[in-house]
Design a protein around this ligand. Structure first.
Ligand code: AMP
Length: 216
């Protein structure tokens, strides 16, 4: 099964991708996570991407397409994958179609997360994660059971993404509207587009996704 989760920053696609990965044995391919790993490692791609990400803008298509092509090749052969944060432009959507065609793979569904954008700022600026195991938390919506201690691994250090500051979030939303939302009609025309209510509780959204994917 190959699915794309599409929506503005903070819509919950990363959280849901992690859940679907476990339930369906899919590989989560997050271009944002790949880029953050590249920045942390100081690779060429990371050095190119760092300032762009901090400004909340999109990394050039050629860099992203090369990076994802490698990962799709490696993920091929399993139960399939969930694309989280890719494609984000028309050029990326078309490149993905070509990659899938070459490897005889088929895109099943593109799932759009419908959200109230005023609520997104609060969701994003409150996010933090465990520095050891990466599990995500939120100042208001999902605090660790014991303050300052990770529920999953007992870690006591947490980090926040540099681009989750309110100023950067505005730029990321603008990039979504100008460059990413315009690809929705492309998938609508292919008959692959479906939607979930991204403002529902996390478990409800998972339920909506599972009922959509049940028929795939
Ligand atoms: P995300 O974790 O998906 O919110 O991505 C974080 C940042 O990485 C974005 O704001 C972009 O700067 C960059 N990025 C991630 N995926 C892409 C993509 N498919 N195309 C261009 N830039 C991307």
């Amino acid at each position: 099964m190959i699915i794309i989760l599409l929506g503005p920053p903070g819509c919950g696609k990363g959280t849901q991708a992690e859940r679907l990965q476990e339930s369906y044995g899919l590989v989560q391919l997050s271009t944002g996570d790949m880029l953050r790993a590249a920045v942390a490692s100081g690779s060429d791609v990371g050095n190119k991407a760092k300032a762009i990400m901090e400004a909340g803008e999109l990394v050039p298509d050629d860099v992203i397409i090369a990076m994802i092509a490698e990962r799709i090749g490696a993920a091929n052969g399993g139960n399939g994958f969930i694309l989280d944060g890719f494609p984000r432009t028309q050029a990326q959507a078309e490149a993905l179609d070509r990659m899938l065609e070459e490897t005889d793979l088929k895109l099943d569904r593109v799932i759009r997360f419908e959200v109230d954008e005023d609520a997104l700022i609060e969701r994003i600026t409150g996010r933090f994660s465990c520095a050891s195991c990466g599990v995500g938390y939120h100042d208001k919506f999902k605090r660790p059971r014991e303050d300052g201690v990770c529920d999953a691994c007992g870690g006591r250090e947490f980090s926040r993404r540099d681009d989750d500051k309110a100023e950067t979030v505005a730029a990321r939303l603008k990039a979504y509207h100008e460059q990413t939302a315009p690809i929705l009609p492309y998938y609508q025309a292919q008959g692959r587009l479906a939607a979930v209510d991204g403002m529902a509780a996390i478990d409800d959204v998972t339920g909506q996704l599972k009922s959509l994917l049940g028929g795939v």
